[in-house]
Write a protein that binds this ligand. Sequence first.
Ligand code: TNX
Length: 527
Amino acid sequence: MRLYSTFVAMFMALMCAVTVSARELNILPEPLSVNVEAEGNYTVTAKTKIVALEELNNPAARFAEEMMLYFGAKKPMSIAKRGKGITLNIDKNIHAEGYEMRVNGEGINIVGGSEAGVYYALQTLRQIIVTNDSVVPYCAIKDEPAFEYRGAHLDVSRHFMSVEEVKEYIDILAAHKLNRLHWHITDDQGWRIEIKAYPELTEKGSSRKETLIGHGAEPKWWDGTPHGGYYTQEEIREVVKYAEQHYITIIPEIEMPGHSQAALHALPWLGCHEQDVDVWTMWGVTPEVLCAGKETTYTFLENVLSEVVELFPSELIHIGGDECPKERWKVCEHCQAMMKAQGLEHEEQLQGYLVTRIEKFLNSKGRRIIGWDEILEGGVTTTATVMAWRGAKIGAYAAEHGHEVVMTPLPICYFDFYQTESREGEGLRIGGHINFEKIYAWDPFDGISEQARKNIIGVQCNLWSEYLKNISMVEGQLLPRLGAMCEVQWSVDRRNEATIRQKMESMRKFYDAYGWNYAPYYFDGRK
Ligand code: TNX
C-alpha cells in the first residue's frame, strides 16, 4: 500500500512538472525568446532573497515593494549582497533595456543591459509569479524592446488627478514596460503646474467654475460644481522622481499657442485684445489663443519653460501646437505687425515662427521639442519631433521628410474612445470606437518606406480626460487595451493572435492582484 502511494505521488509529481514546464508562460509583452530547457519549478516566497550589488538597489527595491503588495507581507523582500535567490547583474553587451533570465534549481539569474533592463526582467518575473501562484517554471528568457519610445499620455487638465493617482498610472505603465509618460498639464480647462514667476497661473487658472454636462448639444447644461487642482513644484519633483524610479521619463506638455484659455484667464495680457475670458467650462477648440505678435508672450513662454526644464530632466519637451484657430490673429495689430516684420504671408506661418522661436530657446537649454503634427504646417525644421495624431499618414509623411515621429493616430491610439460597437453600459465617452483587436492588428509601419522606418521612434496611446473624472475611469479606458498597445510597442514583430487572448486572461489575474480597474468588454467577447 505504502509502495503504491509512493508510486502515485511520484507519478503525480512528474505529471505536474510536465504540465507546469510545458505551459505557456503568458508573458506580456511577448519576449524575444522563451525556452524551456528542463523540467522543474522554482517557487518564490516573501522570504526569497534578492541578491544585488548596490548599483542595482533601485530595481531590486522596486521589485521587493511590488512583491510585498502581492504577498501581503509586512516588509519587503530582503536585498543581500551575497547568497542564493534572485540574482541581479548587468552586462553592457546586452541591449540597454533588454535582459536575459535563467531559472533553474540554483535560483533565478537575471542579467540586464542596464538598470532598466534588470527592472524589465523583474517585471517579467513579477508577472510569472503573480499569474502562476508564485511558481516559476525553469526557463531561459531573452528579451529586448522593439521601440525606444513606448508612451502613454495623461490629460490632467480636463480633470485633475492627484499625485497618488498619477503614481498609480505610472505603476500600470511600468508593469507593461512603457518608458514615457506624456503629461498634459496645461489646457483651456485648467493650468496645473505651479510657476513661481506667475503665481496667477495656478491661483486663477487652475480651477473652473463648472463643467459642461454631456456632449454639449443644444440646449447646453453645466453641473454648477467648481473643479480644480494643481501640482506644486515640490509635488512635480516627487512625481518625476517616482517615474524615474520606474524607468519612465515624463515629457511635460505646455500647450501653445492654442489650448491656453486657462492661462489667458489668469494673465489677460497674453491675449491679442486682453480678452476677459473664463477658465473654459466647455470642451473642444476655443478661439481664444495666445497672441503671437507681442514680445511679452515670448518672454512669458520662455520664463515658464525655464522653470519647466528645471523640474523635468526629459530631453524632449512637448510644446503642444495643435488646434490653434487664427481668428484673433487675423484682426490683431500685434500679430499683423509681427508678420510684416518677419515677412510672413499668412497666419499659419506666424504659428511656425512662434514654434521655431520656442524651439531655439529650448535648444539653448539643451532640450528638443516635440509637438502635435500641426507643427508641420508652420514649416518647422526636422530637428523637431512630430507626434502624429491626425492619422498614420501624417506620421508617414513626417518620417519620410526626416522628422523623428511618435505614432499616435486617432483611430487606434485614442483610448478616450468607446470600446464597443454598441456602447452599451460604457457610460458617456467622447465618441469613436477602438477595441482591443483593432489596436492589436495595427501595423505602425504601414505605408512607410524601409529607409524612413528608423524615424518612427515609437508609439503612444492618449488618455484625454474630458469624460474621465478620476483615475478609476482612466484605468477602465486604459486596461486591458494597454495589453494590446504594449505588444505593439515592445514586441511589434513578435505578436501572435493565437496566444494573445490566453495571455490577457492571465494578465487579468495580475490586474486583480494589484486592484487596478479594467474594462470587461474584451474578456466578455464584446467588440
Ligand atoms: C483632440 S489630440 C485634441 C484634444 C482633445 C482630444 C479628444 C489633440 C492634439 N487635441 O484637445 O482632448 O482630441 O479626443
